[in-house]
Each structure stands twice: as structure tokens, then as C-alpha cells.
Design a protein around this ligand. Structure first.
Ligand SMILES: Cc1cc2nc3c(=O)[nH]c(=O)nc-3n(C[C@H](O)[C@H](O)[C@H](O)COP(=O)(O)OP(=O)(O)OC[C@H]3O[C@@H](n4cnc5c(N)ncnc54)[C@H](O)[C@@H]3O)c2cc1C
Length: 373
């Protein structure tokens, strides 16, 4: 979110300083692990679809600037029991927004894409525009494009705090102090450090990714295997074909429901993490459940309703907070960068971001929101 915001602000002629506490890119936040799913049939809420359409356009523009492929189209499968939220929500988004799609049964998915072994009576939406982004490459591309447009970017410089100043804001880091008209905070799992009002609304949660060697590799390539979201007895999972790491990638949303402090969380994946994901792969993708190729931990930052926060910071209209993308934000980085620039430069955007306002959380209940993890 930060690299995209820096790029969109710089391309519109703003003087931009981007500050990152680790390297660019790095493996401690929410955006590493080689790939992220992008899909148009948005079961989470159809209100995201117009943003997704713009996000796809902007990713393609960024690819052209970067001169490298960032977005690979595989098609997407969204599947659950026929009454389940993934199938019903995906279908609703397609119908409301006139998105090309096909409704299949689990058995039909298994016949068309033989890597799958879905419960035969499951409902499934096949949508041809789904695919994945090369996430670290996207960050690098946004940073390079921001630098080309004149932005100054500093890695290994941690923001300690900020305060309102006559000029706008003063930002104090472990290396220097800066003054600016505006501040955009995109600190991911660390947002609450810099925006304490979010501490009860943006909760970091440990996640684990696994890559397993496919036993029949031809079935799990980008040309043969669509990205998927799948709810089964064991929970809601997602997966991506072989790319960048020699394995089929799989993860479970809200992995083991571990709310954590990103400074102290267990970074090493353990046996329990691996066996949860292996069990899923063996049952629903048995031809992909070969030896483990890689494991990684990562962080979600969740709001109670799992929608994003894009708003000015309470009491500080010169500070914009972009946060808590609740495990589904990466695909939107390109358009959120554009929104960040709109809001910073002219205090408004033509994109509909009403779903992301802080006011949806009643102030007096902010501190006692129950999390449905
Ligand atoms: C396992 C996993 C799978 C996911 N799958 C998908 C998917 O398939 N599709 C999808 O769309 N989304 C997915 N997501 C969600 C998506 O990746 C995140 O929503 C997105 O990456 C969040 O980006 P961010 O910029 O908010 O956070 P980050 O990328 O973590 O960026 C925040 C940055 O702020 C820096 N920072 C923090 N504090 C400071 C400070 N004090 N000073 C300076 N810098 C600071 C951090 O070092 C970090 O680099 C997934 C997330 C995870 C963890």
C-alpha cells in the first residue's frame, strides 16, 4: 500500500518521502511469499468490484512501466457448499456486475481441472479473469516507478512517532525528523503503533503458507490450474499454481486463529502449521501433496468486519490511514495507491470508499469490538 501510494503521489507531481523500517522487499510483513490472488468475482462484498476493475487496469499500466509480467491470468474457482458464502457471494458479485462466469458443480470442476478433488455436490463459480500477482515484484515495480517520478524512498528507517505541526505533520524516525504537509500511514500489522486509535480495530494475526511438490506437475501450472478459494469442512482455504517456488501453494484463512504481536510472534512455521495444510492438500488436491518445498509465516491485520480502513486519522485531517486489509488487500494496492493520492491531494476521490470509513465502528464501542476469528 505504501509503495503504491508513493508512486501515485509522485506521478502527480507531489514531493514524496517513503519510509520503510526493513528492506525493500522483506519477509516480516503481509506482502511476501511470491504470489497473491486477484479475482473479480468478489464474494466478500460486490461493492469491491468497481475497485477491482480499476485495480486490474492499474496493474497492467504498472507492468508496462516495469517492463515485466506482474499479473498472470489463470481463471478463478470460488467454491463452497451451494448455500455457502463463497459460492453464493461470488455468484452474486458476477450477476450484479455482469461479470463473465460459469456455474459448475464440484464434480464438473474436477473433470475440467483434474488437479482438483472437490466434494462433487459443491457449488463453484468459474471466472476467467482470476489470477495472481507476483507480490514482491509489484512492490519493487511501484518503488522503481515512484523513484522515476521523483520520490525519495528510504529503507531501514523506522518511524518512531509523528505529531501535528504548524506545517502539517512532523515525523520522527530513528535517523531523522521530517516535516510535511500530509502523512499517509500504511504500516500494515504495525499500524496501531503509529495510529493508536486503531489498536482495537486492526488486529495482527499469524498466518502460514505451504508449498508442496505436485506429483503430477502438469496439472498444477498457471496454464492448467486456476487460483481458488474453497470452503470445506476444515475451513476456508486458497491456492495458487506452481510459480516462483517449485510447489503448489496453499493457505488457510485465519490459519490457527492466533492473534499476535508482530514483534514477538513465532516466525518459524512448525509441525502443526504444516500438517494442517498438508491434510487439506491430501484430501482435496492429492496429486499436489508431495514433499514440502517451502513454508512461511505472514501477517493478516483484521478489522471486525474484515473490510479495509481508508480514512483520515481521528482529529488529524492531514493524516490518512490505510490499514487492515484483513487478508485480502494485496490485489487492491494499485487502486488504493490512486485513492491515497486523491485523498492526499484533493481530500476526495471518485472511487466509492464508503465501506472503509472509520465511522462504521461506533466510537464508544471501538474498544470492545468482538473479533469473529
Ligand atoms: C499469507 C497471506 C496470504 C494473503 N493472500 C492474499 C491474496 O491472495 N490476495 C490478496 O489480495 N491479499 C492477500 N493477502 C493480504 C495482503 O497480502 C495484504 O492485505 C497486503 O499485503 C497488506 O499490505 P500492507 O501494505 O498493508 O502491509 P505490508 O506489506 O506489511 O506493509 C506495511 C509496511 O510498513 C512497514 N512499517 C511498519 N511499521 C513501520 C514504521 N514504524 N516505520 C517504517 N515502516 C514501517 C513494514 O515494515 C511493512 O513493510 C494475504 C496476506 C497474507 C499474510
Amino acid at each position: 500500500m505504501g509503495s503504491a501510494a508513493a508512486y501515485h503521489l509522485a506521478r502527480r507531481g507531489q514531493r514524496v518521502l517513503g519510509l520503510e523500517r526493513f528492506d525493500i522487499p522483506h519477509v516480516f510483513g503481509s506482502s511476501h511469499g511470491v504470489t497473491r490472488i486477484i479475482r473479480l468475482a468478489y464474494y466478500e462484498n460486490p461493492a469491491y468490484v468497481p475497485l477491482l476493475r480499476r485495480a486490474y487496469e492499474l496493474w497492467r499500466e504498472l507492468e508496462a512501466l516495469a517492463g515485466e509480467a506482474l499479473l498472470t491470468i489463470t481463471g478463478s474457482i470460488d467454491s463452497s457448499g451451494r448455500d455457502g458464502a463463497v459460492f453464493q457471494g461470488s455468484l452474486r458479485a458476477c450477476e450484479l456486475h455482469d461479470i463473465p462466469h460459469e456455474v459448475l458443480t464440484g464434480a464438473e470442476v474436477n473433470a475440467r481441472f483434474p488437479g482438483f478433488r472437490l466434494p462433487p455436490k459443491h457449488g463453484a463459480v468459474w471466472q476467467p479473469d482470476g489470477g495472481f500477482l507476483a507480490s514482491e515484484r509489484c512492490i519493487v515495480a511501484h518503488v522503481l516507478a515512484a523513484q522515476s517520478a521523483g520520490a525519495e524512498i528510504h529503507a531501514r528507517e523506522r518511524v518512531r512517532t509523528w505529531e501535528v505541526a504548524a506545517s502539517g505533520v512532523k515525523v520522527i524516525t530513528d535517523r531523522d525528523t521530517y516535516e510535511a504537509d500530509r502523512l499517509v500511514i500504511t504500516a500494515g500489522a504495525w499500524n496501531a503503533d503509529l495510529a493508536p486509535a486503531l489498536s482495537d480495530l486492526a488486529r495482527p494475526e499469524r498466518q502460514v503458507l505451504a508449498w508442496f511438490q505436485p506429483m503430477i506437475p502438469a496439472l498444477f501450472q498457471p496454464a492448467t490450474f486456476p487460483v481458488f478459494n474453497l470452503t470445506v469442512d476444515e475451513g476456508r482455504f486458497y491456492g495458487i499454481p506452481v510459480y516462483g517456488i517449485p510447489g503448489f501453494k496453499v493457505g488457510r484463512y485465519h490459519h490457527r486463529h492466533e492473534l499476535v504481536d508482530p514483534e514477538t510472534m513465532e516466525r518459524q512455521p512448525g509441525h502443526d502449521d504444516e500438517s494442517l495444510l498438508r491434510h487439506f492438500a491430501e484430501r482435496y488436491f492429492p496429486d499436489a501433496a508431495g514433499p514440502t518445498m517451502a513454508l512461511a509465516t505472514c501477517l493478516f491485520t483484521n478489522t471486525p468486519d474484515e473490510h479495509f480502513i481508508i480514512d483520515t486519522y481521528p482529529g488529524s485531517p492531514q493524516v490518512l490511514i490505510i490499514s487492515a486489509c484483513s487478508g485480502h488487500g494485496f490485489k487492491f494496492c494499485s487502486v488504493i495507491g490512486e485513492i491515497a493520492a486523491d485523498l492526499t491531494i484533493r481530500d476526495s476521490t471518485t472511487h466509492d470508499i464508503s465501506l472503509f470509513q472509520l465511522a462504521r465502528f461506533p466510537r464508544d464501542t471501538m474498544a470492545i469490538q468482538a473479533f469473529r476469528l
